[in-house]
Design a protein around this ligand. Structure first.
Ligand code: SAH
Ligand code: SF4
Length: 362
């Protein structure tokens, strides 16, 4: 079987080339061809020696996931569905804004963590994505979007907020992050790459040492009682433990705050009293808040908080000095809004098993 070079970050690619008897700079060249040039085939790589190209053709491939569909929303949001085999698909979403272009990437097929308000969580878990399948999302989007007339990349930011829990697929996500940040890869700044986690504390501690990028934490509740119910992982890592982990992360983070995501669920976590409780909870943790109006999906059993409640909630946080934004709902006409990414998940039976593994590993 051919080696898929899309699975390798620069250190791994350099190691692979060394085994082939090739110099390290060849790895840099090939990396640039693949990720900056969008090359899929070695014959395009015109500055490689013919003999090396022949060897690569024989032994290796640039195995990019196949594109199933590409869609564009009325508001300019774009969505790609990529084939990751055996009937599974994963979704990637691009959100253009005046000052930046953000790509939202998936890390797993489904998710084992079963947050009750999340469509991905309700779908169940199938498997982790490989590094190639994670970075392949950026590869496709970058190829489709290219550069601006000023030769700047259209994709300036990446957020790991698509399907799946990135820190439950730790090694493959870290390799993909390494390619995103590498000057021979996508050259993104650490500040502009964000990992979003529902609060996997041991892996947050590892990430701060291995690949400290910007951190978003899906908080969604101001006390353990509510959080236990809507983010079941909270039973393993309750709020106090999670807050301590956030503060440890900040010591190494490229930004001096954590972004707390907070989905606004009518009657569940959106009372004024919850907002006041939040202020108290985060008082020692430098942070910003991003309130996400709940995006409905069939049979969710939840409703979005009213605009009035969201406004009151935001005002309480702001008055306490916490920078708070309300996320605009983008791309909902193509089911590309937060929590609506469902892809196609087959074989949901593995969810329980995976959840047990996560608990055991923690
Ligand atoms: N698993 C990671 C990242 C993916 S989810 C995490 O949970 O952080 C990205 C964000 O969308 C998370 O904050 C998640 O809680 C939120 N989300 C999930 N379902 C949603 C929904 N139906 N409406 C609005 N936001 C949702
Ligand atoms: Fe998984 Fe995040 Fe959805 Fe929770 S919110 S089920 S962790 S993808």
């Amino acid at each position: 079987m051919k080696t898929n070079l899309l699975n390798y970050d620069l250190p791994a690619l350099t190691g692979h080339f060394a085994q082939m008897g090739e110099k390290p700079f060849r790895a840099k060249q090939v990396m640039r061809w693949i990720h900056q040039g969008g090359a899929e085939n070695f014959d395009e790589m015109s500055d490689l020696a013919k003999t090396l190209r022949a060897k690569l053709n024989e032994q290796a491939e640039v195995g990019v996931p196949a594109l199933m569909t590409a869609q564009q929303s009325r508001d300019g949001t774009r969505k790609w569905l990529l084939d990751v085999g055996t009937g599974n698909g994963v979704e990637t979403v691009f959100i253009p804004e005046a000052e930046r272009g953000t790509l939202c990437i998936s890390s797993q097929v489904g998710c084992a963590l079963e947050c009750t308000f999340c469509s991905t969580g309700r779908q169940g878990f199938n498997r982790n994505l490989s590094t190639a399948e994670i970075i392949g999302q950026l590869w496709w989007a970058n190829k489709a979007l290219g550069v601006t007339p000023k030769n700047e990349r259209v994709i300036s930011n990446v957020v790991m907020m698509g399907m799946g829990e990135p820190l439950a697929n730790y090694d493959n996500v870290v390799s993909a992050l390494s390619i995103m940040l590498d000057d021979h890869g996508y050259g993104l700044s650490r500040r502009r790459v964000t990992v979003s986690t529902s609060g996997m504390v041991p892996q947050m501690d590892r990430l701060k040492e291995d690949m400290p990028v910007a951190l978003a934490v899906s908080l969604h509740a101001s006390n353990d009682k509510v959080r236990d119910e809507i983010v079941p992982l909270n039973k393993k890592y309750p709020l106090k433990t999670l807050m301590e982990a956030c503060r440890r992360y900040l010591a190494k983070a490229p930004r001096d705050f954590v972004t707390f995501e907070y989905v606004m669920l009518d009657g569940v976590n959106d009372h004024a009293a919850h907002a006041r409780e939040l202020v108290e909870l985060v008082k020692d943790t430098p942070c910003k808040f991003n309130l996400i109006p709940f995006n409905p999906f069939p049979h969710s059993g939840y409703e979005r908080s009213s605009n009035k409640n969201i406004h009151v909630f935001k005002e309480i946080l702001m008055e306490a000095g916490l920078v708070t934004t309300v996320r605009k709902t983008r791309g909902d006409d193509i089911d590309a809004a937060c929590g609506q990414l469902a892809g196609q998940v087959r074989d949901k039976t593995r969810r329980q098993q995976k959840w047990q593994e996560i608990i055991a590993a923690g």
